[in-house]
Design a protein around this ligand. Sequence first.
Ligand SMILES: [Zn+2]
Ligand SMILES: [Zn+2]
Length: 118
Amino acid sequence: MSSGILRVQCGARVHLAARFLAAARAAGVPGGDHLPRTVRCAIEHHQDDTAHLGILAELPLTDPGEIWASWLDGHDPHDVQRRPYCPAKDEHGTPCELHQAHDGGHSWALAERHITAT
Ligand SMILES: [Zn+2]
Ligand SMILES: [Zn+2]
């Protein structure tokens, strides 16, 4: 590959332990029993020592935003944060799916990274 301009989504996956999901529900994260058991890091590929960020739940349209889980490589998620949507749109009006003030490129600029299961 000679091109250095391809931008890719991180795509790292993490399993959400039952106790993490229970704590998230207790903290008021919507979704009840329908929270995912795994999340994927949605931001642009980043440094190994910085936190991954994956979408845990969407908030209702009356109160827009998303709940994001963050974790470090080799660790369980340690935090959930409510974050508003990134306000950016591409030239077709497609909104960015990431949170406000995220690191890296907007979601439409990132190629999905296909990681073969190990
Ligand atoms: Zn990541
Ligand atoms: Zn964005």
